[in-house]
Write a protein that binds this ligand. Structure first.
Ligand code: XLS
Ligand code: CA
Ligand code: CA
Length: 438
């Protein structure tokens, strides 16, 4: 069988922090237990097929620069088969247990639904076989509802119901395929579910139609007994100027409005969070506090660039806080860390794909170990509990238990006088966090 990654002969293993081998894990030790659970089960890493296997480094100003053996040739089916084979070689050599793909990443759609589905059937059967042979599983399935010209003005939010129907047919097939592959979830990312100008847009109708669409997906999943977790993936913009799934909070409002908040959770992406003017940690906290924390697309943007650069995460300060929040909310159930990230345009060799993933996996493993220690020490939670302790007694307790209203509170202040102001100790806490990163 053809080998696409000869530079990595054997699966990458843990060699410890002192190893000088760049193709080894220094912190990610899959079977090591942290807070009673293996690192592998905490982190549930997945490779994004679209970036890693289909990406060639093209950008707005230039064509692909990466010479990928598996993408060469004239026959679309042969290319798709080679890519899948290379993909599973990569997953197993890297040692990840999950992957994620869009229908059109497996094999580009032909423009004809029946034909595309036939090609897809062939690829899905092959994928199933490779999953069985390697033990690699599908973290979630999804559908490309944004590349083809028919989706120019949206899929479920398109002004034309015929396009809505086309999108429904694609998602129907993708749900069947995700179920067949044992996928643990299904993601909706609304790349073109938004608008460019309100002068041509009926926003209320578009949101209603998106609500109808997602409810249809839930109904169909029940019908075919697909039990994976549904996710919405927030993103404020790009490609559309304004997307309806802007951030965690707007998604939650949308889900509640259309009766979907019990069936959906969020797939939160770091770079999308920063595009929305948040951090991933903020989005995780918001989702966690509202019971809709599902999965994470692990990547990062660039502070100085205003677009979705999808770089690999390398910042331990970030991964520590991400892990701290994730642990606080009980960790992943069916979700995981999907590396929705690509190597940058100048990293053209296949070995760069390994360096990128290995570095980020280590970065999260390190974050996990540090965050676990922070939870064990309770130094931050003790501070937070103390800061809010007024709510456990006296007037605080009376407010939260509904015993008092505005009149009683006015009387309380008239009697007690002015509240004492207390330091938030922000710098001290940041110093404490830095002490953990030593
Ligand atoms: C694009 C999105 C996309 C989704 C899946 O910005 O991140 O890749 O994760 O469609
Ligand atoms: Ca994503
Ligand atoms: Ca992205």
């Amino acid at each position: 069988m053809k080998v696409y990654f000869p530079e990595v002969e054997k699966p990458i293993v843990y060699e410890g922090p002192d190893s000088k081998n760049p193709l080894s894990f220094k912190h990610y030790n899959p079977q090591e237990k942290v807070l009673g659970k293996t690192m592998e089960d905490h982190l549930r890493f997945a490779v994004s097929y679209w970036h890693t296997m289909r990406g060639g480094g093209a950008d707005m100003f230039g064509s692909p620069v990466m010479d990928r053996e598996w993408l060469k040739g004239d026959n679309v089916i042969e290319i798709a088969e080679k890519t899948l084979q290379a993909g599973f070689e990569f997953f197993t050599k890297l040692g990840v247990k999950f992957w994620a793909f869009h229908d059109d990443d497996l094999i580009p759609e032909t423009g004809n639904l029946a034909e595309s589905n036939k090609q897809l059937d062939h690829m899905i059967k092959l994928a199933k076989k490779m999953q069985n042979d390697t033990g690699v599983k599908l973290i979630w399935g999804t559908c490309n509802l944004y590349s083809h010209p028919r989706f120019m003005s949206g899929a479920a939010t398109n002004p034309n119901p015929h396009v809505f129907a086309y999108a429904a047919a694609k998602v129907k097939k993708a749900l069947e395929n995700t179920k067949y592959l044992g996928g643990q979830g299904y993601v909706f990312w609304g790349g073109r579910e938004g608008y460019e100008t309100l002068l041509n847009t009926d926003m209320g109708r578009e949101m209603d139609n998106l609500g109808i669409f997602l409810n249809m997906a839930v109904d169909y999943a029940k019908k075919i007994k697909f039990t994976g977790q549904f996710y919405i993936e927030p993103k404020p913009m790009e490609p559309t100027k304004h997307q309806y799934d802007f951030d965690a909070a707007s998604c939650y409002a949308f889900l509640q409005r259309y009766g979907l908040d019990k069936t959906f959770k969020l797939n939160l992406e770091a770079n999308h969070a920063t595009l929305a003017g948040h951090t991933l940690i903020h989005e995780l906290e918001y989702a966690g506090a509202n019971g809709i924390l599902g999965s994470v697309d692990a990547n990062r943007g660039d502070l100085l660039l205003g677009w979705d650069t999808d770089q690999f995460p390398t910042d331990i300060y970030d991964t520590t806080q991400i892990m701290y929040t994730l642990l606080k909310y009980g960790g992943f159930k069916k979700g995981g860390f999907n590396f929705d990230a690509h190597v940058r345009r100048q990293s053209i060799d296949t070995v760069d794909l390994f360096h990128a993933h290995v570095g980020s996996m280590d970065c999260f493993a390190r974050g996990l170990k540090i965050a676990a220690q922070m939870h064990k020490d309770k130094s931050f939670s003790k501070f937070v509990n103390q800061r809010y302790s007024g709510w456990n007694r006296g007037i605080g307790k009376e407010i939260t238990s509904g015993k008092v209203g505005f009149e009683e509170l006015e009387a309380y202040v008239l009697k007690k006088g002015n509240p004492k102001i207390v330091s938030g100790r922000q710098e001290l806490l940041e110093n404490m966090l830095n002490d953990y990163l030593k």
